[in-house]
Design a protein around this ligand. Structure first.
Ligand SMILES: [Zn+2]
Length: 467
């Protein structure tokens, strides 16, 4: 059995390591050549009549952008040998052409457009950086985007990626289109979503908005290799992410196709505690998985977005299998579907699991704290624990109806198996039978040879007796 586990472990490791896109995160120098003192233009988004998003932020977005942009400006000015400008310092609407023309007028090396995000459905959360499609600005954008987002990842924001978007006129985003047209690299920094609870905590005070500006400045200083005698920091030897791809970098290209596979496999039902347990396996061969949602009413309603376990879009990684424990309210006959979303938001729906029975149990007793009655809740025993999911453990204490265990291969081998695992088992059995066949053929050959030799010896003895 140990042999089988080793085979499963090795094949699971193979799947995790080699399926899905990978970006090497080794270090390298800056790709963008800069002569003399770098010139940075900071562009606070929107302004005047153009309010930006107005859905749930502490202020209209144009004010939030300005506070962060001003803090970024102030912080960058603390570094030696750098020129910094703002495209607007008051609440006025500036056209995209004017912003780009201003950058050109000061000989800018880079323009950073400062924004906060919101989604139509108010369910998205996380940070992203938009960069140009065209070479070599795409590569420059990737190197600075990586620094900006690594800083946000360290603060536990979900990273939605370094992305490009193509429109009818080339670049979809006007500020990138107009700036790149003047041969100046540009990037849009979408710090977080003002209309989603998990991101709100990062942007609901003036101090938060200033913090983003300071963090952006650190990332830009690292990118430019700046020094500051005031701050007593020196990034002149700082190594940036290595890019082996030529431009545009594949992981920045919008993935229009939905994830390739999403499958749920029923593991167990606990009708007394009101729990259902599944293994969820999914893959997207173009871009990493980022969120999942689930339905227990056959797809009529879905949960809020959850972070796909192990998702790290900067590293191009996600777990291709995890255990999902769902709380089922008493009196329901659940019909479960899971949706897997990639970092560009297309999703794939899993197969459906229809419970054969209705759940009836005493909710007052069972629903207090699912994690407390460890025997009732199928959990991550023997697995690699729930680290990496970012929620799972913490969220369920707050009465959340689901918990996640990131499955190691040991768990996968002991639970009912997915289709891929089934194929792996078949392969191992075929190899095993083949080896048995070889051995038995060898033994049979050996025996035949032995018998022939024996017969020859007997015949020889007979001849000797006759002589
Ligand atoms: Zn904006």
């Amino acid at each position: 059995m140990k042999f089988f586990k080793a085979i499963f472990g090795a094949s699971a490791l193979f799947l995790i390591l080699f399926l899905g896109p990978c970006i090497s995160a080794s270090a390298a120098g800056r790709l963008q050549p800069i002569d003399g003192n770098p010139v940075i233009v900071i562009d606070p988004g929107h302004g005047g009549e153009n309010m930006g998003t107005q859905t749930g932020g502490i202020w209209d977005e144009k004010y939030m952008d300005m506070v962060t942009a001003q803090a970024l400006y102030d912080e960058l000015c603390l570094y030696d040998n750098v020129e910094v400008y703002l495209t607007r310092t008051t609440d006025i609407d500036v056209s995209f052409q004017e912003r780009a023309a201003f950058a050109q007028s000061v000989n800018a090396d880079f323009l950073f457009s400062i924004h906060y995000n919101a989604s139509e459905t108010h369910e998205l959360f996380g940070s992203e950086v938009w960069v140009p499609l065209s070479a070599p600005f795409n590569n420059y954008g990737y190197q600075i985007g990586y620094e900006l987002l690594t800083g946000m990842q360290e603060r536990d924001l979900l990273i939605r990626g370094i992305k490009t978007r193509k429109g009818d006129r080339g670049e979809y985003y006007a500020i990138i289109r107009e700036t790149v047209a003047l041969d100046i690299p540009a990037a849009i920094i979408e710090h977080c979503h003002v209309d989603e609870d998990r991101d709100k905590g990062y942007c609901d005070s003036e101090e938060d908005l200033i913090q983003f500006g300071k963090d952006d400045a650190t990332a830009i200083a690292k990118y430019l290799g700046l020094k500051s005698s005031i701050l007593n920091v020196d990034y002149s030897d700082y190594q940036l992410v290595d890019i082996s791809d030529s431009a545009p970098i594949a992981s920045t290209l919008r993935d229009e196709t939905a994830p390739d596979v999403c499958q749920i496999t029923f593991l167990e039902a606990d009708y007394d505690a009101g729990y259902l347990s599944f293994s969820v396996s999914a893959a997207d061969y173009d871009s990493p998985l980022l969120y999942y949602t689930y339905s227990i009413d056959g797809g009529q309603t879905y949960s809020e977005r959850k972070i796909w376990p192990g998702s790290d879009v900067l590293a191009g990684k996600y777990d291709d299998i995890f255990i999902l424990n769902l709380a089922v309210p008493s009196g329901t006959k659940p019909s479960v579907i899971v949706r897997a979303y990639n970092m560009f938001d297309p999703y794939t729906e899993s197969n459906r699991y229809d419970s054969p029975e209705t759940f009836y149990y005493n909710e007052a007793q069972e629903s207090e704290d699912p994690e407390a009655n460890g025997d009732d809740v199928p959990s991550e025993e023997g697995g690699t624990g729930a680290e990496g999911s970012g929620e799972g453990t913490g969220a369920s204490a707050a009465g959340d109806s689901e918990s996640v265990a990131v499955s190691g291969s040991a768990v996968a081998a002991e639970k009912p198996v997915s289709f891929v695992t089934f194929l792996e088992i078949c392969l191992v059995i075929v190899i095993f039978l083949f080896i048995i066949l070889l051995i038995s053929q060898g033994i049979a050959y050996h025996n035949r040879k032995k018998r022939r030799r024996q017969r020859r010896n007997d015949a020889g003895e007979n001849r000797n007796q006759h002589r």
